[in-house]
Design a protein around this ligand. Structure first.
Ligand code: DQA
Length: 143
């Protein structure tokens, strides 16, 4: 098994147009291409999925179980609210790294809490696109 899943939640498909001062200029496609290159240069495969719907993210995580070496997950706003996603991450064996483009800790207070981090393998915040790359490297070096 040599696959990594890149999973992005609501509004991540709007990167490049959305709050550029917070999230930068890069698009979801830029993230996908960048990670694809990184991961394939180490002999691994990348699959990518984005959804604005909580249930679809849950379905994708359940399907991922046992089929990937890890999931790089930016749950976006669901980070701060979703007990359902937390239960799913807890229920599956595949490790999940939570990634945030922005530093959620220097933003509004409601972004300081993650429902998901306690059940994730790790968490990376505030490093932009580099955060996704570091998560990929963490799974590559672990395997
Ligand atoms: C985000 C941070 C979340 O608080 C926010 O709701 C997002 C993006 C980030 O990548 O910085 O949509 O996950």
């Amino acid at each position: 098994m040599d696959r990594i899943l890149l999973l992005n939640g609501p509004n991540i498909n709007m990167l490049g147009k959305r709050e550029k001062e917070v999230y930068g200029q890069f698009t979801l496609q830029d993230i996908e291409q960048n990670l694809e290159q990184l991961v394939s240069s180490h002999g691994f495969k990348l699959e990518s999925y984005q959804s604005n719907h909580e249930g679809e993210l849950i379905d994708r995580l359940q399907l991922a179980n046992g089929n990937y070496i890890g999931v790089i997950f930016n749950p976006a706003a669901y980070t701060h609210t979703s007990i359902a996603l937390r239960d799913t991450i807890k229920a599956i064996e595949t490790p999940v790294i939570e990634v945030h483009i922005s530093n959620v800790h220097n933003r509004e207070e409601f972004r300081h809490t993650s429902m998901l981090a306690p059940v994730c393998y790790g968490q990376i915040v505030g490093l932009g696109l580099t955060g996704y790359r570091l998560a990929a490297l963490a799974f590559i070096e672990k395997n």
